[in-house]
Structures are given as structure tokens and as C-alpha cells.
Ligand binder design. Structure first.
Ligand code: SF4
Length: 304
């Protein structure tokens, strides 16, 4: 069910705290500004043995506008919740819970402890500050599809009035429930592209967007999505668990030299010119053309 399964089991781990701290300090000093910072890619961030030190290191940093924690709630302790409430930027906490009874939850999340996650959810709902936004994520599957109403009632009882979304959007709303598509074997990929489908549908219904679109097909991830893995590898795409689009490693070079280096810039210029790496050739993200203005801005940046 999880995209994480596509990551080689031998290639998973925790980033060394000193490497994390050094990199954060370097990025802050270099003047980069990222829209968001997510503390994991395809794993559980709160399992990191030094997660509280990591969060405290980020408290006063200004290179990101919001923080995202994607968690299965098992490790969302009271002390972690208290630190999250100290951030001055918005903190989005995505709580992945696929069952609202002990029986269903523990059947789906083998090894999970329903009483523990219920306790953690109650604590964050009752103690979070107004800068912390919760999203309850419920992936529909055979085991839980008949319990959807029960899930809504259970979360509503804990978290109060809720909005319910069926498509992914980053919105500053109060607590909300987010449902993902029913996943059955063979449909996992479609599920990952829900958001793009939504965007394509929006664009095809909106004539002015359609008319203004340039014909170039170029993926914005190459400019906006820096991924740093636990082992220092730097990538540009969250749909690349094999890291085939790796542009360097922060154990060998600093982040600035990698992000603005020859390998990364060549990949971007090639994309602008329609020369794609194998990974990108059939990617549906290319169908979501970006605006002419953005391409111009990027082209200027590459020239400078
Ligand atoms: S085109 Fe697809 S595979 Fe390539 S960088 Fe963009 S999202 Fe990733």
C-alpha cells in the first residue's frame, strides 16, 4: 500500500544528526528559500532517535515557510507535540490512520497499538497551537471501507468540527479528514497521481489556462523539489525512489554546489529543450505544463 515499499530495504536509514545540522546551517546561510520543509520522504520521521533535537534545530530557521510532518502517529509523543507548537511558521501534521477501532487498526497496521495512537491524537488535538494544522488521512481498502462512517465519527469526537476532502490540496484549514482513493493491487500508481489528475481536469475546464499554456513540457520539480536522503544523496523528484535523478551527495559537496552545479543545470536545460531522462519520459507530470512566465524566470536564472 505504501510507496516506501519501492525503496530498496537495504537503502533505508536515519540521517546522522551532525550531517543534518551542518546542512541546515549551510542552507540557511546560503539564502535559499523553500516553500516547505518535509522531514521525511518515504519514511516515518518521528522514529528518528534524535527527532526532538532535529525539531529544536529548525525552530528559528527562516529558509522554509511551512513544516510538514507525515506520521503514522505511533511516535507522536507529548514532547514532540509541544515542540511543534513552538514553531512560528505553519506546521502541517498529516496523521495516517486507517482504522478507528482497535480490531481494524491493528489488523491493517500490523504491530501498531491503537490505544497508543488514540492517546497521542487526543493530546495533539487538545494541546496544539493555532499554527498546527491536522490532516487525518484514511486510505480506503477492503479491510476498512465499511468503517468509513465510524472513522469520521471517531475523529470528529476527538478533534471537533471537521472538513472532509477527497482530493489532496494544501490548504490552511482547521482539522480536516483527507480520503485517498481505494487502493487495490494494480491501482497504486494511479493513486499517486490523484493530484495531477485533479490539476489536469481543472486546466481542461478552464479555457483561459488552456489558451495561455506554452507548448513546452517541463517539470517544475527540477527547480523546486530538493530531496536529501539520510545517506546524503540529493535528488529532484519524489517519484524517484531509485534515485535515478540523483544530482550529488552532501557528504562530498555542499548543497549549493550540488543544487546549482553542472549536473543539475544540465538536467534542467535538457528538460526545457525536451530531452528527458528515462525516468521522466512517460511521466504524467509532464502533461501539466508550467506557465511561460515560470519558464522565463528559470531560463533567466540559468543564464545568470
Ligand atoms: S517529470 Fe516526473 S519523473 Fe521527471 S522529475 Fe518530474 S515528476 Fe519526476
Amino acid at each position: 500500500m505504501c510507496y516506501r515499499e519501492k525503496v530498496d530495504i537495504k537503502s533505508r536509514g536515519f540521517m546522522d544528526f551532525s550531517l543534518f545540522k551542518e546542512t541546515v546551517e549551510h542552507i540557511e546561510k546560503s539564502g535559499f528559500k523553500f516553500f516547505g520543509l518535509k522531514l521525511s520522504w518515504l519514511g516515518e520521521p518521528l522514529m528518528h532517535p534524535e527527532i526532538e533535537k532535529i525539531l529544536k534545530t529548525l525552530l528559528n530557521k527562516t529558509f522554509f515557510q511551512n513544516l510538514v510532518i507525515d506520521t503514522n502517529v505511533s511516535y507522536l509523543s507529548e514532547s514532540v507535540t509541544d515542540i511543534l507548537s513552538c514553531f512560528s511558521v505553519p506546521v502541517f501534521v498529516f496523521l495516517s490512520i486507517d482504522g478507528s477501532t482497535k480490531e481494524i487498526y491493528e489488523k491493517i497496521r500490523v504491530g501498531g497499538d491503537f490505544d497508543n495512537i488514540e492517546k497521542n491524537i487526543k493530546y495533539i488535538c487538545q494541546n496544539k497551537c493555532s499554527n498546527v494544522f491536522l490532516r487525518f488521512q484514511y486510505i480506503l481498502m477492503d479491510e476498512n471501507i465499511d468503517y468509513t462512517q465510524h472513522f469520521i465519527e471517531w475523529v470528529t469526537k476527538i478533534a471537533g468540527k471537521l472538513n472532509i476532502f477527497f482530493e489532496e490540496q494544501t490548504v490552511l484549514k482547521d482539522n480536516y479528514i483527507f480520503f485517498r482513493k481505494l487502493i487495490k493491487p494494480g491501482f497504486e500508481t494511479e493513486c499517486d497521481f490523484l493530484w495531477n489528475e485533479f490539476r489536469l481536469k481543472f486546466e481542461s475546464q478552464n479555457k483561459s489556462v488552456e489558451e495561455n499554456k506554452v507548448k513546452l513540457k517541463c517539470c517544475e520539480n527540477l527547480w523546486s523539489m530538493a530531496i536529501i536522503r539520510f545517506n546524503g544523496q540529493v535528488g529532484v523528484c519524489n517519484l524517484d525512489p531509485e534515485m535515478s535523478l540523483c544530482i550529488g551527495n552532501i557528504n562530498q559537496e555542499n548543497f549549493t554546489d550540488i543544487w546549482l552545479g553542472d549536473k543539475a543545470q544540465k538536467m534542467r536545460i535538457n528538460h526545457i529543450n525536451g530531452i528527458y531522462p528515462d525516468k521522466c519520459k512517460n511521466c504524467r507530470a509532464l502533461k501539466c505544463n508550467i506557465s511561460a512566465q515560470i519558464i522565463n524566470d528559470w531560463a533567466q536564472l540559468l543564464k545568470s
